[in-house]
Write a new protein. Structure first.
Ligand code: IMP
Ligand code: MG
Length: 330
């Protein structure tokens, strides 16, 4: 029987540091599961000072937890095996990783289609959209048809379950800024596709970042942002380069209205705001609120403004806000 499910998910456009939070919290759970996305995701996790980059394997692997890749995910088998080899070499037990039989498999054709036809959307060129499209057309290949049986999950979740989101609210296929979105359900309710009732959900742990970034194209992040020297400093200080594509991310000040909307939309109970030390290093503290840029003299002032705005105006689900330091230093 499942005791409870906690869900970690992104409240912005991805790259908020969900992987770091998941690996830090994983020790308290029996299972860590992914419910959406695939090799488009890039999770950077530091364990004992060493940097690991994963794409498909849940970040629970670093804590020796049972890891499930759910039926709402897509996998690139070669890339996943490569990831598993890297983790084995580093001493992690990859026998803990199992894949749901209905997880769909990305083919070379999917990747070729993505590269040829979807570049204008700034996709990660991993074949994500064509793979989900074939799934919907009922002509996709599932993991159970192509993977060795020892990789296939045939058990049931029980005990304490942690779900780890990939991408984020504003990349969600239904709620994001379509068509500048990904092809899966990034919203936390998508986690139920792993096969548990919504009544099992205990905490909704939303992860944000103290400034906004977008990988790839999005009219909400106009090209003029590249001309701003302070925002460029944030790119360098925050190392805002895509971990899957290596692309430079577009940076803007935290849009508090969007964050508030994402919190309300998802019923976020616990909010973690990452990378606060990047602004502290630069010494500039601004946000966007009511379509206006609002600047502060110190991080302390900015933090209080964010707490006052969010805690009492998001509908009552949110009861905790944590401000966290560098993604690389937990
Ligand atoms: P796709 O998921 O490769 O189809 O890309 C669609 C959009 O989602 C593009 O704007 C990508 O940059 C973005 N995207 C997909 N995965 C991630 C991620 O893990 N982090 C940030 N952006 C992502
Ligand atoms: Mg990422």
């Amino acid at each position: 029987m499942i005791d409870f499910v906690d869900i970690i998910y992104g409240l912005a456009w991805g790259d908020e540091g969900k992987g770091k939070i998941t690996s830090a919290k994983a020790k308290h759970y029996d299972w860590v599961c992914r419910w959406n996305g695939g090799p488009n995701a890039g999770h950077t996790v530091y364990v004992n000072g060493k940097k690991y980059k994963t794409h498909s394997v849940p970040s629970g692997i670093f804590a020796g937890k049972k890891c499930i890749i759910g039926p709402g995910c897509v996998i690139n088998i070669d890339k996943m095996l490569e990831e598993l080899r890297m983790l084995t070499m580093a001493g992690f037990d990859v026998n803990l990783v199992k894949i749901h039989p209905n997880t769909h498999v990305i083919t070379e054709d999917h990747i070729a289609y993505d590269k040829k036809h979807l570049g204008h959307l700034g996709t990660t060129s991993q074949g994500i959209a064509p793979c989900y499209a074939d799934k919907m057309l009922r002509k996709g290949k599932r993991a159970v048809e192509v993977l060795e049986p020892n990789w296939i999950w045939d058990g049931e979740l029980n005990g304490r379950v942690l779900c780890e989101g990939a991408q984020s609210v504003w990349l969600d296929i239904d709620h994001g800024d379509y068509p500048y979105v990904t092809s899966s359900t990034t919203m936390p309710y998508g986690a139920c596709s792993l096969g548990f009732s919504p009544r099992k959900v205990r905490q909704l742990i939303g992860v944000a970042k103290i400034y906004d970034t977008k990988s790839g194209v999005d009219p909400l992040f106009p090209q003029t942002l590249w001309d701003d020297p302070v925002l460029n400093k944030i790119i360098e200080e925050g190392n805002e380069y895509g971990s899957t594509t290596g692309r430079k991310r577009i940076v803007n000040w935290l849009n508090l209205d969007k964050l508030k909307k994402a919190i309300i939309l998802t019923g976020c109970s616990e909010l973690i705001i990452n990378k606060c030390d990047v602004l502290e290093k630069i010494g500039e503290y601004s946000i966007i609120h009511g379509n206006e840029k609002v600047s502060f003299a110190s991080f302390h002032e900015m933090k209080n403004y964010i707490i006052d705005t969010l805690l009492y105006s998001t509908g009552g689900d949110l009861y905790d806000i944590a401000f966290s330091g560098d993604v690389e230093k937990i």
